[in-house]
Design a protein around this ligand. Structure first.
Ligand code: SF4
Length: 292
């Protein structure tokens, strides 16, 4: 197990030559790591800091709001199939509408430009949900599990790995649903979500002893005529699992060490923390309001 330790040092050498200023929380292992947190940290550690450590609230992006409401509708549909409840299109649409309003009230405000944009967003989500229910991808059988949260100790990781799977099919295939604005490129999509997919495999194998036959993403594409596209990847071999475990551990070590700094890149185009980022300088710590 990797632990952050401090060793006694002469007073003159105790201060590092360079400090980010974000070190009051350093040397603290997170309680666990999820693939989402690891991917966010590795994408831009400073954005991770603003979002999950300093907990600086921003308006919810409209696309994220829609994605969460669609996710809630699919969850209601899959739970109904699992429990033998009402899985009709009407009940699923009602679950969507309820979630759209509840999330706006509880987690908003959402950055809709105006009422027209809000209405378009609401209808886009309804169309996407209906397209899923009409598609061959809609769950026909009873799933093995819905919204399953697993937490396991994994060799090579200093803290437990957690993951919340949208759906586990009868043959142990984990399925994650993604809302998307454009049709995904299958190879790119699988690579982009490698940490999440392989983490789910590791969690399932550890919890059940079963290796899933594939690792699946189902994209709900918000084009004018919505599309539902499944991207399947083969289960990871030992090399892929070691690689993902190393990526997860890199994030754990960075969080434990308080390593947060700007990592400019494609994320910046839609980052909501540009002002905070521009104000960042080594030695000037933003105020932390709660832990990650
Ligand atoms: S603007 Fe870019 S570098 Fe700065 S916090 Fe956001 S993603 Fe990171």
């Amino acid at each position: 197990m990797t632990t952050a330790t401090s060793t006694a040092a002469p007073a003159a050498t105790r201060e590092p030559p360079f400090t980010t200023g974000l070190t009051p929380w350093a040397q603290t292992l997170p309680q666990h790591i999820s693939p989402t947190a690891a991917k966010n940290y590795l994408g831009c550690s400073l954005r991770f800091y603003f979002e999950r450590v300093a907990c600086i609230r921003k308006q919810t992006p409209a696309a994220l709001h829609l994605g969460k409401a669609v996710h809630a509708a699919l969850q209601a549909f899959h739970l109904a199939r699992w429990r033998g409840g009402d899985d009709s299109p009407e009940a699923t649409a009602t679950a969507y509408e309820d979630a759209f309003h509840r999330l706006e009230r509880d987690e908003g405000p959402v950055n809709f430009k105006d009422d027209d944009e809000r209405e378009k967003c609401r209808l886009d989500g309804l169309r996407v949900v209906a397209a899923y229910l009409d598609s061959p991808e809609a769950m026909k059988e009873k799933p093995r599990a819905v919204e399953v949260l697993l937490k396991e100790d994994i060799p090579g990781l200093s803290v437990p790995l957690t993951g919340a799977m949208d759906l586990v099919e009868g043959n142990f295939t984990p399925v994650d649903f993604k809302s998307a604005a454009a049709k995904p490129d299958p190879a790119h999509a699988a690579f982009d979500h490698e940490i999440q997919l392989v983490s789910y495999q590791i969690l399932l194998e550890t919890a059940t002893g079963e290796t899933p036959p594939s690792l699946d993403l189902v994209f709900l594409v918000k084009t004018k005529t919505p599309q539902v596209i499944r991207v399947s990847s083969p289960p990871a071999d030992a090399h892929r699992k070691r690689r993902v475990t190393a990526l997860l551990e890199t994030a754990v070590e960075g969080i434990a060490a308080g390593r947060y700094h700007p990592q400019p890149g494609m994320y910046c185009s839609w980052c909501q923390y540009k002002n905070e980022c521009m104000a960042w300088l080594p030695g000037q710590a933003p105020t932390a309001r709660s832990a990650a």
